[in-house]
Design a protein around this ligand. Structure first.
Ligand SMILES: C[S@@+](CC[C@H](N)C(=O)[O-])C[C@H]1O[C@@H](n2cnc3c(N)ncnc32)[C@H](O)[C@@H]1O
Length: 257
C-alpha cells in the first residue's frame, strides 16, 4: 500500500485507567490516527471509543502477553509512520511520568519524523485523588514527591531516603513488590505509626485500596495481587481516608487484648 500521509508521531497520555479520564484532545488525536500502538496499562474500553477501522497494535511490556522491548517499540513507531502516516503512541497516564517518552521522541526525531506530545492525567495524581487522599493539605503536608523505589540497576533510590527525611507526601510508583523493604527504610525516619495506603487498579471498576501504617501494612501483603499496577502513598494525609480510622480502631482494640 502506498502511503500518501506524511509520517508523524503523537505521544498521547491515556490517563490513569478509566476510559473517561483521557483528555478531549487526546481522544480527538486518537481518532485522527492512521495507526495506534498502545501500552499494557491502556484500557481496552478506551480503545473501543476509537474508530474501529484504525489499526491498533499492542506493544505492552507487562506479564502474560507478549512483551515488547523499548527497541522493538521505537522501531515499530518509525516503520509504521513511514508505512501509514500518523502513528499515535498511546501511553498510560502521562507520557513523561516514568514513561520513557524522551527516548521515544529522540529515536523518532532522528529519522526526521516530527513528534508531538498530548499530556495525560498521571496515575500519580489521579489514583490518590480518586480515593479521596489529598496530596497536600494545609497544616498537614505542603508538598508531594512522586518517585520510584528503585533505580535502573535495581538498587534502592536515594530519593526515597531524602523524601523519607522530609514531611512531604510520598507517592511511590512501581513499588508494590518491594513493599517490605520500602516500609523498613521509610519507618527509620518516619516511625511505624506513619499512615500508608496501597491503591491497585486505580480509577477502574476493580480498584482496591489497602490502608494501614508502616508498622502494619506488610501483614496485608498476601492479599495483594502484585501483578496488578499499584501506587503506594505514605504520609499523614492518608489518615484522611475513612478506612484509616477503622484500621486504627482495630489496632487499638487488638493492642489492649
Ligand atoms: C511505567 S509507570 C507509568 C506511569 C504513567 N506514565 C503515569 O503517568 O501514570 C507504571 C506504574 O504506574 C502506576 N500505575 C499506573 N496506572 C495505575 C493504576 N490505574 N492504579 C495504580 N497504579 C497505577 C503503577 O505504579 C505502575 O507500576
Amino acid at each position: 500500500m502506498k502511503n500518501e500521509n506524511s509520517p508523524k508521531v503523537s505521544l498521547v497520555g491515556a490517563g490513569p485507567g478509566s476510559k473517561d479520564l483521557i483528555t478531549l484532545r487526546g481522544l480527538r488525536v486518537l481518532n485522527a490516527a492512521d495507526i495506534i500502538l498502545y501500552d499494557a496499562l491502556v484500557s481496552e474500553e478506551l480503545l473501543l471509543e476509537v474508530d474501529a477501522s484504525i489499526p491498533k497494535i499492542y506493544v505492552g511490556k507487562r506479564c502474560s502477553k507478549h512483551s515488547f522491548t523499548q527497541d522493538n517499540i521505537n522501531i515499530l513507531m518509525v516503520e509504521n509512520a513511514f508505512k501509514y502516516g500518523h502513528v499515535v503512541r498511546l501511553k498510560g497516564g502521562d507520557p513523561f511520568v516514568f514513561g520513557r517518552a524522551q527516548e521515544e521522541i529522540d529515536y523518532v526525531e532522528s529519522f526526521g519524523i516530527p513528534v508531538s506530545v498530548i499530556p495525560g492525567i498521571s496515575s500519580a495524581l489521579a489514583v490518590p485523588s480518586g480515593q479521596g487522599i489529598p496530596m497536600t493539605r494545609r497544616g498537614v503536608s505542603s508538598s508531594f514527591w512522586v518517585m520510584t523505589a528503585t533505580k535502573r540497576d535495581g538498587s534502592f533510590s536515594e530519593d526515597l531516603i531524602y523524601a523519607s527525611k522530609s514531611s512531604a507526601t510520598m507517592v511511590i510508583l512501581m513499588g508494590i513488590r518491594k513493599l517490605s523493604k520500602i516500609t523498613l527504610e521509610v519507618s527509620k525516619y518516619r516511625g511505624c505509626e506513619m499512615p500508608i495506603a496501597i491503591v491497585q487498579n486505580g480509577t477502574l471498576d476493580n480498584e482496591c485500596c489497602t490502608i494501614g501504617t508502616l508498622g502494619t501494612i506488610n501483614s496485608y501483603y498476601e492479599t495483594l495481587d502484585v501483578s496488578k499496577p499499584g501506587i503506594i502513598i505514605i504520609g499523614n494525609v492518608v489518615a484522611e481516608h475513612p478506612a484509616f480510622f477503622e484500621e486504627e480502631v482495630q489496632r487499638v482494640l487488638h493492642s489492649s487484648l
